[in-house]
Structure formats: structure tokens, C-alpha cells
Design a protein around this ligand. Structure first.
Ligand code: GTP
Ligand code: MG
Length: 205
């Protein structure tokens, strides 16, 4: 799939105010600084469509981007931001959870994991939450450019082991990306394009 058009639509902290249109939607979620906003820029081939920063906590709202006029990419605030109070951490930003549990247009979420790091409890817990709410998700291992192929492979294998030991029967579909080298771009767009195509076919039947 080619991205021919990508435009910012709206920012919200309330899922009930998100766009009402019934078009497919895909959301990026993960720890602060994992590279969610950078990945949106990489996919859309735009430098500043989504705001990025070296300092965690840059994205604070639910941001909708309209792609090719017929689907949305959604950039979300990160979780696990160290400077957030314990209370906020415990409850997780409630609007994010509301977004996931209430957004009917959400077709698939992508949980971004920094490929350099050991598996983290907060990501496991978030995937648990998605599973319990029957929200389909894939994993994206980000910042692949920062590792050698050998270490990258080893880290992904470790992640698989941990997730399978952590009550999951199967490992979800996953992608390996780099926003600097554009690794994983074609695969991710092909995956989304295929789902959009299947949805279009089934709605015409
Ligand atoms: P929050 O909005 O704070 O939750 O963060 P985010 O997940 O949107 O991360 P963001 O895209 O702002 O990127 C955080 C930092 O990581 C920035 O300094 C990016 O330049 C850097 N970064 C993101 N993706 C990559 C990548 O694939 N490779 C490298 N080398 N750096 C990356
Ligand atoms: Mg961001």
C-alpha cells in the first residue's frame, strides 16, 4: 500500500469526542519515548506530522491522522513515564484505557517495544489488558537500527519466551522497525493495506 495523503485531523483527551466516521483505525501505544510518533512520521514520509522529542512525555493526547482519505492512524501518549505521579501510573491515564475499551472503529493496535530492552512488566500488563478486553494487537519492535542483527534476534527470542511464559498461548504477529532506516515500513503498510482491503470486500458482500 502507498500512502498518498496523510493529514492531521484532531486531538482529544476524550474518546467520545474522537471522529464519528466508521472508517478503519489503527493505534500506536507503548512506553513513552519508544518511538510511536516517529513511526507515524516514518510511515507517512513526513518529518513533522506527529510531534516527537528526545524527552519522554511529548504526546499528551489522542491524535488522529487521516490517511489516504479512508482510514486513521492514531498516535497516543506513552505509558510508564517516570515523572508521572504514582496515582496516575496506577490508574494509567484513564482516557487511554477508555479509548481502547470504547473505540469501536479500532481494528488493530500496535504495542511498541524498544528492541534494546529486556521485557518490561508494564508492557506485559498492557498486553494483558488488551487480551482481557479482546482488543486485537500486534507487537512492533522499534529502534532496530540501534542493534546488531544478532542482538536484535536474541532480544526478540527472549521476548517471545517471556510472553509465552506469561500466560499467552501464541505470540502475536510482530514487526521490526526503524524510523531512521525505514526498516519494516513496507511490511507494516502491507499488513494494514491487506486488512483494509478485506474490510472493504466484506462490506461490499
Ligand atoms: P512519547 O510521545 O513521549 O510517548 O514518545 P514516543 O513514543 O512518541 O517517541 P518519539 O517518536 O517522540 O521518539 C522518542 C525519541 O526516540 C526521539 O529522540 C526519536 O528521534 C527517537 N527514535 C524514535 N524512533 C527511533 C528509531 O527507530 N531509531 C532511532 N535511532 N531513534 C528513534
Ligand atoms: Mg509521541
Amino acid at each position: 500500500m502507498q500512502i498518498k495523503r496523510a493529514v492531521f485531523e484532531i486531538s482529544n483527551s476524550d474518546v467520545s469526542k474522537c471522529p464519528k466516521e466508521r472508517i478503519p483505525e489503527y493505534a500506536f501505544i507503548g512506553r513513552s519515548n519508544v518511538g510511536k510518533s516517529s513511526l507515524i512520521n516514518m510511515l507517512t514520509n513526513q518529518k513533522k506530522l506527529a510531534k516527537t522529542s528526545g524527552t519522554p512525555g511529548k504526546t499528551q493526547l489522542i491524535n488522529h491522522f487521516r490517511i489516504n482519505d479512508n482510514w486513521f492512524l492514531v498516535d497516543l501518549p506513552g505509558y510508564g513515564y517516570a515523572r508521572v505521579s504514582k496515582k496516575v501510573k496506577r490508574t494509567f491515564q484513564s482516557f487511554i484505557k477508555n479509548y481502547f475499551s470504547q473505540r469501536e472503529q479500532l481494528i488493530c493496535s500496535f504495542v511498541l517495544i524498544d528492541s534494546r530492552h529486556e521485557p518490561q512488566r508494564i508492557d506485559m500488563d498492557f498486553m494483558q489488558f488488551l487480551g482481557e478486553n479482546q482488543i486485537p494487537f500486534c507487537i512492533i519492535f522499534t529502534k532496530a537500527d540501534k542493534l546488531s542483527p544478532t542482538v536484535l534476534k536474541r532480544n526478540i527470542a527472549t521476548y517471545k519466551e517471556k510472553l509465552l511464559a506469561d500466560s499467552w498461548d501464541i505470540f502475536p504477529d510482530y514487526f521490526v522497525t526503524s524510523s531512521t532506516s525505514h526498516e519494516g515500513r513496507d511490511q507494516l503498510l502491507a499488513f494494514i493495506g491487506k486488512i483494509n482491503e478485506d474490510l472493504r470486500k466484506s462490506s461490499n458482500e
